[in-house]
Design a protein around this ligand. Structure first.
Ligand code: SF4
Length: 289
């Protein structure tokens, strides 16, 4: 099991802060760097740049070297935002969303906590050449903040890239300038499309006219020259017409870089409706031709 939340005890700090863990005094010397100074059984004690200590419980400091944590002193917890040894790091931009997809693995929440500042600090501390995922909820509900974050971090870290999951409901003609100004190849937009039939797509995402809005967003992204990864989760509601969707994509979205077809995750809303939604794509493969 990957430990994503760690017990963290701090001295004299109340506000949340971002740190990068160092197992020894190497070449990293950002103000966010903390260095292992003592290890006592399951406790690792780090010195911060301000001379205070941060104690982490049950974390191997060697395995966690280079990891980036958001420490919340009030709750004595460190959220492991970036694991340096992993190529699979994803940052949650917001938990709000304007869709309610029948199989959503992370059902949206009604409130938004703006953590953009912490995410920016964490991204700037990411390992060299990292590709970082950003997801929600729906990140483009806060499009201006998202674009700002991308611009500010990519201006400093020209070696990193982003893969952003979005429901494709909010791109507009007025976004063309900012989309075109992003460095080439630095951002891939992962966008779900569930069916070539608008009613089926809308029923799956549980939002009226979502398919039409998605097509409008795809047009904007096409004109911006953005990299697009289309994503389709197979389920009983759309599996029978996968061929129609393939034709639709070939005809109308040929500018997409990739089409990812994936299975349901047995979690979130999908878990509640598993028997109704699940299609065994290995057993029923002929059905999907
Ligand atoms: S799957 Fe994505 S778009 Fe759909 S409800 Fe969940 S967060 Fe929103």
């Amino acid at each position: 099991m990957i430990l994503l939340s760690i017990q963290a005890v701090t001295e004299d700090r109340r506000e949340p802060f971002v740190v990068r863990l160092n197992a020894d005094y190497g070449c990293r010397n950002d103000a966010h760097d903390v260095y292992l100074s003592d290890r006592d059984g399951y406790r690792s004690v780090y010195e911060t740049s301000s001379g205070t200590t941060l104690t982490l419980v049950d974390l191997d400091p060697v395995a966690a070297d280079g990891d980036v944590l958001l420490v919340v002193p009030e709750r004595a917890v460190g959220h492991r935002l970036i694991r340096a040894a992993s190529s699979d790091n994803t940052l949650v931009f917001t938990e709000r969303c304007d869709q309610r997809c029948v199989m959503c693995s992370q059902p949206p929440k009604p409130t938004h906590h703006d953590v953009t500042g912490f995410l920016e600090e964490a991204i700037l501390l990411a390992p060299p050449s990292a590709t970082l995922g950003i997801l929600g909820g729906e990140p483009t509900l806060y499009k201006a903040a998202l674009f700002d974050l991308l611009h500010r971090t990519l201006a400093v870290r020209k070696d990193i890239a982003f893969h952003i999951l979005t429901n494709g409901q909010h791109f507009e003609e007025s976004d063309l300038g900012v989309l075109r100004s992003l460095p080439t190849g630095a951002v891939t937009w992962g966008i779900p499309i569930y069916s070539a039939d608008p009613d089926t797509h809308d029923a799956i995402v549980r939002k009226r006219d979502a398919f039409d809005r998605l097509c409008a967003s795809l047009e904007v992204l096409c004109r911006a020259g953005a990299a697009i990864e289309l994503r389709t989760v197979l389920m009983a509601l759309n599996a029978d017409r996968l061929g129609d969707l393939a034709q639709f994509i070939t005809m109308h979205v040929p500018f997409a870089m990739r089409w990812a077809i994936m299975q349901l995750e047995n979690i979130g809303y999908a878990e509640q409706r598993w028997s109704e939604l699940f299609v065994d794509s290995s057993r029923d493969f002929d059905r999907l031709q």
